[in-house]
Design a protein around this ligand. Structure first.
Ligand code: BGC
Length: 779
C-alpha cells in the first residue's frame, strides 16, 4: 500500500522543490521539508497561519517564525552536513555524505531523513531524524534525532533556535530577544521577536530531552539572531545516541490557555509539558489523530499504484493546512509553504478545495466559509473604494479581508518595470465564488447555522455588489456584466465573460433563496438586513431574470468565452510559445503575447461546464472541451483538473487521466511554473491538490450530490480496477466502491435517514446500515 513518499540521494537542485514536497503541518503551523542543517538560503520556514506583517511599502505577507529545528553537528571537531560535506574552519577533511534519504510517511504525517557520512578516518556516521507537527497540539513540533558511528569519536551537537530566516519582503521580526529558562530537566531556550506593523510577539521555545547524563559538556550560546546550546558527547562505536527537541511556537494572536497574552511563557510551558510526556506518547496521540483523519477521507485505488500515492499525497497536503481549529483563517493559495502570493486566500479555496472538505470534513468546510463571514467588512470596504455597493471580496485576502493584491502585481521581464494588472479590480467573479461556497455548504450539510451566523448577509451583499456593478443595456433590454477578467487572466477587462455572467446569475439566485430562509428563521435579522438597504430584493430578482448569459451556438455548440473572443488571432500554443523572448515573460497584460490571441491561461468556459453540468448536454461539453483545450496553456495549476473533470463527465476518462495525473503529482514532481516575470511563485498547490480529489471522486467515480439525491455516473480510467472512498452527505456517512461493472454503496448504521441514489440506470434508497450492489453494465 502506497503511503510513503521517498527520495534517495542528495541533489542540491531539489532543495526548494523538496521543501514543498516534504512539508509537515497541522493547520496552525506549516514547516517546510528542509533538513536540520539548512538555513535561510535553503528556504527554511515555519509559517504561522493567519499572522501577517508588512515592512514599509513592501507587500504584506505571512510571518516566518524563528526556526526551532536548527541544528549543526561536528564529528571530532569537523562540521558535517549534506550541503558542504563540512567545509569549514577545522583541521583535516570533513565527513562527506555517502548515502542520503528523505521521506514522508503520509499515514502518520511523519517526516524522516537518514544520512550516512564517511569521516576522515574512514568511520561511518549515520544521522537519522524524525519529526512531526503535532496534530493533537497545534503549537508543537517534535523532532527526534539519532547518531550512530562505526568508530568511537566526539560528537558535538549544536541545537537551538535560529531567527535569521527566509523572508521575501521582510525581515518581519523587529528585534529578537533570547531567553533561557532553567529547571531540573534543563534549559528551555526561547527566541522572541515582534512584528513590524502591529507589534505582535512571536515566540519559539526549544526544550531538549537527551538522557546523556551530567558528564557531557554543555554550553549556551547567545547570538544577535539565534540562541543555541552545544552538547559534547563521547560516542562509542555501535551505540545509538538519540535526543528529542520539543519546539513550540506561540504568537500574540493566541488567546488560549492560562498563558494567553504572553507567548513566551506559553511556548515554554508547552515545550516543557511535551518534554514531560516524551516522544513516544506525543507520536502516539499524533498518529491516532491521523488515523481518524484517514478513516474519514482515504481513497483506495486498485490497479494504479502511482495514482494511489499521488491522490493520498494530494489529500495529505490539504490536511496539513486545513484550519480545523479556527474560523478566522482560510487556506492560502500556497498553503503554509512560505510567503509566496502574500500568503493570501484566493477563489482557489471555494472552487477547488472546498468540495474535498464538504464531502469529508464538513466542520473544516464551515470554518473556511466562516472566514468569509469574518472578512465581510473588508469586502464592503473594497466595494465602497471602487464606488460600488455590497461586498466585493478581496482577490488576495489576508486576515482582515482587505485586498492584498496590488495594482501592479507583475514586473515586466524586459524593462523591470511594474505592469498594471487588473486582478484586483476586475476579477469580480470572486464575490460570486464566495456566495457559491456558502450555498454549497448549506446544500451539502443541511446546516443552516452558517447562513444564520452571517452567511446570508454575505451572499446578499455579494448580490448587491453585482447589482451595482452590472449594466442594463437599454437597447438589448438586458443586464450585462462588462469590463471584467474571468478565470483566464490573460484576457483582462472583457465584456460578458460566460463564466462570470453565469456565476453572477447564480449568486443573485442564492441571495434570494438565502433571504427567504432568513425571513423564515430569523425575521428580525432579515428586517435589519433590508432596512435602509439601497437595493431591494425585487431589483435583484429583476436583474436575475434579465441577466445575459452567453449560450452555446446552435450549430457548433460552442460558447464564446467573452464578447469578441473569436475575433482574436487563432494561433496554436506552440506558435505562441515560439514567439516568446524570455521564458518568464508574462503572457497577459497590456503587451502580453496571449492578450491578442485566443490562447487562454486556464480553464474558463470549461470550468463553467463543470460547475453547471446540468445546463449543458454532452455534445456541447465535448465540442467546447475539444475547442478550448488546445488553446489552453494550463499556465495555472487550477486548469488541468477541470479538463479532467469534464472529460470524465462526457465519458472519456482516458482523455481525463493525463490531466488528473498532472494535477495529482504537481507537488511531488515540483513541475510547475516557478516565475512570472521576476516574481517567484513556487510553493505547494492546494487548489491542484483539491482538484486531484475532485477528478477522482466527482470525475472518475462520477459522484454528484444536490442536497437530496446522490448520483453516480462512473467513468474509470482503463488502468483502474476499482476505487473506494468514504463520503459525508448531510448527516450521513457512506462508503462508495466503484468497480468497472458494478458499484457498492454502504451506509453507516448510525445515519439518520435513507439516502436517495441514482446509479446504474436505477433509483433506490440506501437505508442506514444497508449495503447495496448495483450493476453498471449498460444494456
Ligand atoms: C491563477 C488564479 C489563481 C492564483 C492563485 C493564478 O495564477 O490564474 O486563478 O487564483 O494563481 O492560485
Amino acid at each position: 500500500m502506497s503511503w510513503v513518499v521517498k527520495e534517495r540521494g542528495f541533489d542540491p537542485g531539489r532543495i526548494t522543490a523538496n521543501g514543498n514536497k516534504f512539508m509537515i503541518g497541522n493547520g496552525v503551523l506549516g514547516y517546510r521539508g528542509t533538513l536540520e542543517e539548512f538555513g535561510k538560503e535553503e528556504l527554511t520556514a515555519t509559517i504561522v497561519a493567519g499572522l501577517y506583517d508588512r515592512v514599509g511599502h513592501k507587500w504584506r505577507e505571512p510571518v516566518n517564525a524563528p526556526n526551532g529545528l536548527a541544528m549543526a553537528l561536528r564529528w571530532d571537531g569537523a562540521p558535517f552536513d549534506v550541503l558542504s560535506g563540512g567545509a569549514g574552519e577545522h583541521v583535516g577533511p570533513a565527513p562527506e555524505p555517502l548515502e542520503h534519504e528523505q521521506s514522508l510517511d503520509l499515514r502518520h504525517a511523519v517526516h524522516r531523513r537518514r544520512t550516512t557520512y564517511r569521516t576522515a578516518d574512514e568511520a561511518q556516521v549515520t544521522v537519522t531524524s524524525e519529526r512531526f507537527c503535532s496534530a493533537a497540539r497545534p503549537h508543537l513540533i517534535v523532532n527526534r534525532i539519532s547518531v550512530e558511528s562505526s568508530r568511537d569519536g566526539i560528537l558535538t551537537i549544536v541545537t537551538g533556535i535560529d531567527g535569521d530566516v527566509w523572508d521575501i519582503n521582510g525581515p518581519h521580526l523587529e528585534r529578537l530577544e533570547t531567553g533561557s529558562d532553567k529547571d531540573e530537566s534543563g534549559d528551555v531556550l526561547t527566541l522572541t521577536g515582534w512584528t513590524h506593523e502591529r507589534n505582535v510577539p512571536v515566540s519559539v521555545a526549544e526544550a531538549v530531552d537527551d538522557g546523556f547524563g551530567k558528564q557531557q559538556e554543555r554550553q549556551l550560546l547567545r547570538g544577535e539572531t539565534a540562541i543555541r546550546r552545544t552538547l559534547r558527547l563521547n560516542c562509542r562505536a555501535g551505540t545509538t545516541y538519540a535526543w528529542t527537541k520539543y519546539v513550540s511556537v506561540f504568537t500574540g494572536l493566541d488567546k488560549t490557555g492560562e498563558e494567553a497574552g504572553d507567548p513566551r511563557l506559553a511556548a515554554i510551558a508547552s515545550s516543557r509539558e511535551a518534554r514531560g510526556l516524551g516522544y513516544d506518547r506525543l507520536l502516539r496521540e499524533h498518529a491516532e489523530r491521523w488515523e481518524r483523519i484517514w478513516d474519514a477521507t482515504d481513497i483506495v485505488v486498485e490497479g494504479d499504484e502511482e495514482a494511489q500515492l499521488a491522490l493520498r499525497y494530494s489529500m495529505y497536503q490539504l490536511h496539513i493546512i486545513a484550519p480545523d481549529r479556527s474560523e478566522k483563517v482560510s487556506i492560502p493559495a500556497r498553503g503554509l509553504s512560505g510567503q509566496v502570493y502574500k500568503g493570501a486566500v484566493f477563489w482557489d479555496t471555494e472552487m477547488f478545495m472546498l468540495p474535498f472538505f464538504l464531502h469529508t470534513r464538513p466542520e473544516v468546510a464551515r470554518n473556511l466559509m466562516m472566514y468569509r463571514v469574518h472578512t465581510l467588512d473588508g469586502a464592503r470596504r473594497k466595494a465602497a473604494e471602487y464606488g460600488y455597493g455590497g461586498a466585493f471580496y478581496a482577490w488576495e485576502s489576508q486576515e482582515t479581508g482587505d485586498d492584498a493584491c496590488t495594482l501592479f502585481n507583475v514586473n515586466d521581464v524586459f524593462t523591470g518595470r511594474p505592469m498594471r494588472t487588473y486582478f484586483r479590480d476586475k476579477q469580480v467573479h470572486i464575490s460570486a465564488d464566495v456566495a457559491y461556497g456558502i450555498w454549497q455548504y448549506y446544500k451539502f450539510t443541511g446546516d443552516e447555522s452558517l447562513l444564520l451566523d452571517g452567511g446570508a448577509e454575505v451572499v446578499w451583499e455579494c448580490a448587491v455588489f453585482f447589482y451595482t456593478y452590472g449594466y442594463f443595456n437599454p437597447r438589448k433590454q438586458r443586464y450585462e456584466i462588462l469590463d471584467v477578467t474571468g478565470p483566464d487572466e490573460y484576457h483582462e477587462r472583457v465584456n460578458n465573460n460566460a463564466f462570470t455572467n453565469r456565476m453572477v446569475k447564480l449568486c443573485l439566485r442564492i441571495a434570494l433563496d438565502a433571504l427567504d430562509l432568513l425571513r423564515d428563521r430569523d425575521p428580525s435579522r432579515y428586517e435589519a438586513l433590508l432596512s435602509g438597504a439601497s437595493v431591494r430584493p425585487e431589483q435583484i430578482r429583476e436583474m436575475h431574470d434579465s441577466l445575459y448569459v452567453p449560450e452555446p451556438d446552435a450549430e457548433s455548440g460552442l460558447i464564446e468565452q467573452f464578447d469578441g473572443y473569436y475575433t482574436l488571432e487563432d494561433v496554436s500554443l506552440a506558435d505562441l510559445k515560439s514567439r516568446m523572448l524570455n521564458p518568464h515573460e508574462y503572457l497577459g497584460g497590456g503587451n502580453g503575447l496571449a492578450t491578442t490571441t485566443q490562447i487562454l491561461k486556464q480553464a474558463d468556459v470549461v470550468l463553467m461546464l463543470h460547475l453547471f453540468k446540468d445546463c449543458f448536454d454532452p455534445a456541447v461539453k465535448k465540442a467546447n472541451w475539444a475547442y478550448y483545450e488546445p488553446r489552453t496553456e494550463h499556465g495555472s495549476s487550477l486548469s488541468s483538473c477541470i479538463y479532467a473533470l469534464v472529460a470524465a463527465d462526457i465519458g472519456v476518462p482516458d482523455w481525463a487521466y493525463p490531466y488528473f495525473m498532472r494535477t495529482a503529482t504537481i507537488d511531488l514532481t515540483g513541475e510547475s511554473k516557478q516565475y512570472v516575470g521576476d516574481l517567484y511563485i513556487g510553493g505547494t498547490h492546494p487548489a491542484a491538490n483539491g482538484g486531484a480529489w475532485m477528478a477522482a471522486v466527482l470525475g472518475f467515480a462520477g459522484l454528484r450530490y444536490d442536497g437530496g439525491k446522490a448520483t453516480l455516473k462512473p467513468a474509470l480510467p482503463s488502468s483502474w480496477r476499482a476505487v473506494e472512498f468514504p463520503v459525508r452527505l448531510r448527516q450521513g456517512a457512506y462508503r462508495i466502491r466503484v468497480e468497472r461493472e458494478a458499484l457498492v454503496i454502504t451506509a453507516e448504521a448510525g445515519n439518520p435517514e435513507p439516502l436517495p441514489v441514482e446509479a446504474g440506470g436505477r433509483e433506490f434508497a440506501v437505508a442506514p446500515g444497508q449495503e447495496i450492489h448495483v450493476s453498471t453494465i449498460s444494456s
